[in-house]
Design a binder for this molecule. Structure first.
Ligand SMILES: Cc1cc2nc3c(=O)[nH]c(=O)nc-3n(C[C@H](O)[C@H](O)[C@H](O)COP(=O)(O)OP(=O)(O)OC[C@H]3O[C@@H](n4cnc5c(N)ncnc54)[C@H](O)[C@@H]3O)c2cc1C
Length: 262
């Protein structure tokens, strides 16, 4: 067996361990599988292991460790810096592990590590339930929560991380552990906004809240009114109810004009 990166022989053993698929740079689908939300990321991993089961993840972590190769984890691929990929490393791709289970009585959701915000919202809303997610449905719940996770419901329910009750994690030595308030509570603390890298999160449990109606929208103002709008905004928000979440910023209209949005 050779240990030269990019040489397919090295990866035959790993491919044989997976129920999912292994993509190598020579494969036709590699370039498509490598793509992230930020199309400018040019990082080229030596292999992408598209995992379908927790066992796939465990096998891949152990194999990568034995080979001494760099490892990265890919959820839904929205990190702007492209940290889901590592140059010449092996990617544990969770993008197909998106199952969601709702317990309407306990008001909890169990989601797999590659679940997007949209997957969770869709499953929970059938029961009139919701949790704190971001504004864009294609963002991954793992990446969002591990980094904190703010969104339209943050005023009412806190950050995504505040609603994380437990997580199943494959550690660097390939063990599957559960982190909750009773077991590995220090790990749960780290997962709640610590930014990842504590292991591969294969599932997360979120607290859900009853929610059937949301009123939302966008207000746009000419740039020259920005100072006056922000002044009024800061007075208004001081006494506004917690349920009201307002985000602000500047965007360009299709015509190229910079405007203030609330
Ligand atoms: C269009 C857009 C809108 C956004 N809107 C919001 C928003 O409203 N609120 C907000 O808080 N953030 C927002 N973000 C930021 C987003 O939450 C983060 O970039 C988040 O890390 C993306 O997660 P991902 O799984 O999609 O991305 P990925 O690139 O796949 O992963 C991001 C990071 O998390 C790690 N990671 C992912 N999954 C796992 C896992 N299961 N186990 C261990 N590590 C993992 C990856 O290795 C990588 O370092 C937005 C980003 C974009 C591009």
């Amino acid at each position: 067996m050779t240990t030269t990166y990019g040489h397919n022989t090295l990866f035959k053993d790993l491919a044989a361990l997976l129920t999912g698929q292994l993509f190598l740079p020579d494969d036709i689908a590699y370039e498509q599988v490598r793509q992230l939300w930020n199309g400018r990321v040019k990082t080229h991993p030596a292999a992408i292991a598209r995992c379908l089961t927790v066992q796939d993840v465990i096998h891949t972590v152990r194999w990568i460790r034995a080979q001494g190769l760099p490892l990265s984890v890919r959820g839904a691929g929205h990190d702007f810096a492209g940290r889901a990929l590592s140059e010449n490393g092996v990617v544990i791709d969770l993008s197909q592990m998106r199952a969601v289970t709702i317990d309407p009585d306990a008001r909890t959701a169990h989601v797999q590590g590659g679940t997007t915000a949209g997957d969770l919202i869709e499953a929970a809303q059938k029961y009139g339930l919701a949790t704190a997610t971001g504004t864009i449905s294609s963002v991954g719940m793992s990446g969002l929560t591990l980094g904190g996770g703010y969104g339209p419901l943050t005023g009412a329910y806190g950050l995504g991380a505040d609603n994380l009750l437990s997580a199943q994690v494959v550690t660097a030595d390939g063990q599957l552990i559960t982190a909750n308030v009773e077991e590995h509570s220090d790990l749960l603390w780290g997962l709640r906004g610590g930014g990842g890298n504590f292991g591969v999160v294969v599932s997360l449990e979120f607290r859900l809240h009853p929610l059937t109606t949301v009123l939302s929208g966008m207000l746009l103002y000419p740039l020259k009114q920005a100072r006056a709008v922000f002044r009024q905004f800061s007075e208004f928000i001081a006494t506004a109810p917690d349920e009201l979440t307002i985000r602000s910023g500047f965007i360009q209209t299709p015509g190229g004009e910079t405007v203030l949005f609330l």
